[in-house]
Design a protein around this ligand. Structure first.
Ligand code: AMP
Ligand code: MG
Length: 415
């Protein structure tokens, strides 16, 4: 398990690009989570901690892909003598000769001597005589031993998030348990005198805290163990108390709001009192300078208060930090897909922008991607409308309808 140096986020002097920020995060941090072995039943969403090699080949034996008749192909097209059956789990058990066949079922062992399976519905049966169709090739309808995986092959790499598909892969190879990284402990808090907990009555001038719910669920979905530190008033004493408790219990602390330099923005001084805090100027929109620091052995990330900016900074930088801490790889950039733009925009050169996007589905399939009609950074409607983010690279200054743009479906952020 690694330790986090407390000057790891020293801010670069210049404005940096997204790529540079992610490279710096990778460079500065190391994995901090221990390894534990858990049952396959509880492993979905967890991060594999060791490479997995196949202890056996799959399938382990040549077997039939269909229900039918297994025989040796000779090309003489004579009817075959039916001499027995091979079912999945109940093999025929003996070799067969030329001119003979066995009735076979999907998944059953191909008897020695047979090299071809004819589908049941393609054969003519006359008593104990079977006539297969004339056009079969050798190996037809046979699944070869090892065609899925060969013994000794590396099938899954350390750092892989276990989806239902990887769980099935592990089960198929006989693994009942799996070594995964312990969950990263992520502490989440909101700051702001205007924030009220959902379920309570709103006083004048108040709004409900939505960021904490956004962040808690984002990080749970990423595979972290979330510790909720609630809403903290804009008051240095409560902030310091909460941050210092969080640092004792978490690998990573995330706050939203209170990070600008206004009178009511106390996060900066509080973190600086307890540890280190730097402001990275990253050429992005939406987003402000990103506050990155350390308190003891914990990484601190201060997000903007506006929900859209909080989301964009989280999925691009917060996830890079969390992934690096919990599995070694920052997991960024995500590939996304390229789709024709169904919108137009102008933008400044030199910064990367993310728009809330939604792909358009017609009878012909997915035909393009729309951008939300407003770029307001406080609009949660834009997030519920969107099913992903459109990423516009630094050098682009104009998008015209039909131009290819990069779209990152929200689901891909959790790979
Ligand atoms: P701040 O960064 O604290 O100046 O906040 C910027 C904007 O985001 C303000 O309109 C805040 O009311 C709003 N905001 C801050 N924190 C939250 C939160 N947890 N949930 C929803 N909105 C928030
Ligand atoms: Mg505030």
């Amino acid at each position: 398990m690694g330790k986090i140096p407390n000057d790891c986020f020293a801010a670069p002097e210049e404005m940096i690009t997204t790529e540079e920020a992610i490279a710096q995060i990778k460079h500065s941090l190391c994995p901090v989570t221990e390894i534990e072995t858990i049952s396959l039943d509880t492993a979905v969403g967890r991060i594999l901690a060791k490479d997995i090699k196949a202890p056996c080949s799959l399938p382990p034996f040549n077997n039939s892909a269909v229900d039918g008749y297994a025989f040796k192909l000779t090309g003489d097209h004579q009817p075959l003598q039916l001499i027995g059956r091979s079912a999945a789990g109940s093999p025929f058990g003996k070799p067969i000769e030329e001119g003979e066949c066995v009735k076979i079922f999907t998944g059953a062992i191909i008897p020695d001597g047979a090299d071809t399976v004819a589908m049941l519905e393609d054969c003519k049966l006359d008593g104990e005589l079977v006539s297969p169709p004339p056009n079969l090739q050798i190996n037809s309808n046979i699944r070869k031993a090892g065609e899925d995986i060969n013994e000794g092959e590396t099938v899954l790499k350390s750092g892989t998030r276990l989806r239902p598909m990887e769980i099935a892969r592990l089960a198929s190879l006989g693994y009942a348990t799996v070594a995964v990284f312990q969950k990263l402990k992520v502490g989440i808090l909101s700051t702001g005198d205007e924030l009220t907990e959902p379920g309570k009555r709103l006083a004048i001038g108040q709004i409900y805290d939505s960021n904490r719910y956004l962040l808690k669920t984002l990080f749970k979905k990423l595979g972290a163990e979330v510790i909720d530190f609630g809403i903290i008033k804009d008051n240095p004493k409560s902030l310091q108390q909460t941050l210092s408790t969080a640092a004792k219990n978490c690998h990573m602390i995330i706050s939203s709001g209170g990070i600008s330099t206004g009178d009511e923005d106390h996060v900066k001084q509080s973190v600086q009192k307890l540890g280190k805090l730097d402001f990275w100027r990253i050429a992005i929109k939406p987003g402000r300078p990103l506050a990155l620091g350390t308190i003891d052995d914990s990484v601190f990330l201060g997000l903007p208060g506006n929900p859209v900016a909080a989301l964009v900074c989280t999925v691009n930088f917060g996830f890079a930090i969390a992934n690096r801490l919990m599995r070694g790889d920052a997991g960024r950039p995500v590939p996304g897909v390229t789709l024709p733009a169904a919108f137009e925009m102008e933008k400044k050169a030199g910064r990367r922008e993310w728009l809330r996007g939604r792909y358009i589905t017609t009878q012909d399939g997915i035909t393009g991607v729309k951008a939300y009609h407003s770029t307001g950074s406080s609009l949660i409607s834009s997030l519920t409308w969107a099913n992903g983010l459109i990423e516009i690279p630094e050098e682009i200054t104009e998008i015209k309808e039909g131009m290819q743009v990069r779209f990152i479906p929200f689901g891909e952020l959790f790979e």
